[in-house]
Design a binder for this molecule. Structure first.
Ligand code: SF4
Length: 353
């Protein structure tokens, strides 16, 4: 069996929300609260959830852009969680980040050729005499022409700029790329092109992706596995096929219900989840979803449900995942929806265009 390129064990990140006059934290935000997963070469793990669920914080933690409060991060089997910057330097190349806004991350005063040469030089990846040809190769890899290296970022469209950002990430020959809402700002047709490019690069280079997104419609096209997060915890994880075909956690079902359905019989108004996401400063005890969950019992209000794997890698953190109505009954396919779930994700106006 292939060893994972990245393992995350019980990762925790607390931020101080308020401090005393002496700088002591008075209240803390539990942004990430015991997250674990593993990632293999050539695999895409999507981390999905609403804004503020902690998914981007997980991305920044594995990039080592912020320190973890607790837990471990292993790159190629090496524990890099607490390495100082000097010792982490050889590992930094292995994991790269692509943001939502390509324009903000490209220096407007540098040509694209200079932007792509910079990491080659900093990491001593190719000799100075070969840099030009490597830049041309990188541009070609992402579907741009070598002569475009002489232009500046503002001369490119949003999709082309995202290609440049991808080329810059590839310059250091990473094993993992963290894509944080990487296609969210793009038009639908351009988004499809960038997703296809990412898949093509993955097949050619064996890259592993952590694909962070709020959009399950996008995730469906790229993910091999999915981890659904709610208030700092993973509530469901499994292969993309399994999670889409048989979502077990009420929260995953609510998220899936918000994906537009093509069938005219299932046309419905798209509503967001009812109720606000509770504050991560004072998350509800037990199951974090219980104030919004129509199936909640006293057990849910009291005890935290742990992720329970069914033996196939599909795991759900719900006390009652076995007893809940099947997803086919619960999801609003063909205009039907379990009335209890309706309360969770908003009443769909039946027959409303
Ligand atoms: Fe709902 Fe209880 Fe399951 Fe949480 S554990 S999702 S509150 S049924």
């Amino acid at each position: 069996m292939t060893a994972p390129v990245l393992e995350v064990e019980n990762l925790v990140k607390h931020f101080a929300a308020t401090r005393s006059a002496f700088g002591r934290p008075l209240t803390t935000v539990k942004a990430v609260d015991g997250v674990s997963f593993a990632l293999k070469s050539g695999e895409t793990l999507a981390i999905v959830g609403e804004s503020g669920c902690g998914k981007s914080t997980v991305g920044r933690l594995v990039m080592r852009l912020i320190p973890a409060t607790d837990g471990r991060i292993l790159l190629d089997g090496e524990d890099v969680t607490t390495l100082d910057d000097r010792k982490f330097r050889p590992y930094r190349r292995k994991i790269q980040l692509i943001f939502q806004d390509p324009f903000a991350s490209l220096n407007p005063r540098m040509t694209v050729g200079e932007i792509l040469s910079e990491p080659l030089m900093l990491h001593g990846i190719v000799p100075a005499g070969e840099r030009r040809s490597r830049v041309a190769e990188l541009l070609h890899l992402v579907g741009l022409q070598p002569h475009q290296g002489a232009r500046y970022p503002h001369e490119f469209s949003g999709g082309q700029r995202q290609r440049i950002v991808i080329a810059r990430a590839l310059a250091v020959e990473p094993k993992i790329i963290v894509c944080d809402e990487a296609v969210s700002a793009l038009d639908v047709s351009i988004r499809a092109q960038i997703l296809n490019l990412l898949k093509d690069l993955q097949a050619r280079l064996g890259l592993a992706y952590i694909f962070i997104s709020h959009d399950l419609g996008v995730v469906k096209h790229i993910a091999d596995r999915i981890a659904v997060m709610y208030l700092g915890r993973i509530v469901e994880t499994g292969s993309s096929d399994e999670v889409f075909a048989d979502p077990r956690h009420p929260y995953t079902r609510a998220l899936l219900s918000a994906i537009p359905v093509a069938s005219p019989a299932a046309r419905r108004e798209r509503r967001i989840l009812e109720g606000d996401v509770p504050s991560p400063i004072h998350p509800p005890p037990g199951c974090h979803l219980h104030p919004r969950c129509p199936y909640a019992t006293d057990l849910c209000r009291r005890d935290r449900p742990m992720l329970e794997d069914d033996g196939t890698g599909h795991a759900s953190a719900c006390h009652f995942w076995r007893e809940l109505p099947s997803a086919a009954d619960a999801l609003p396919r063909e205009g039907r929806v379990d009335p209890r779930l309706e309360r969770l994700f908003g009443a769909f106006a039946a027959g409303e265009p």
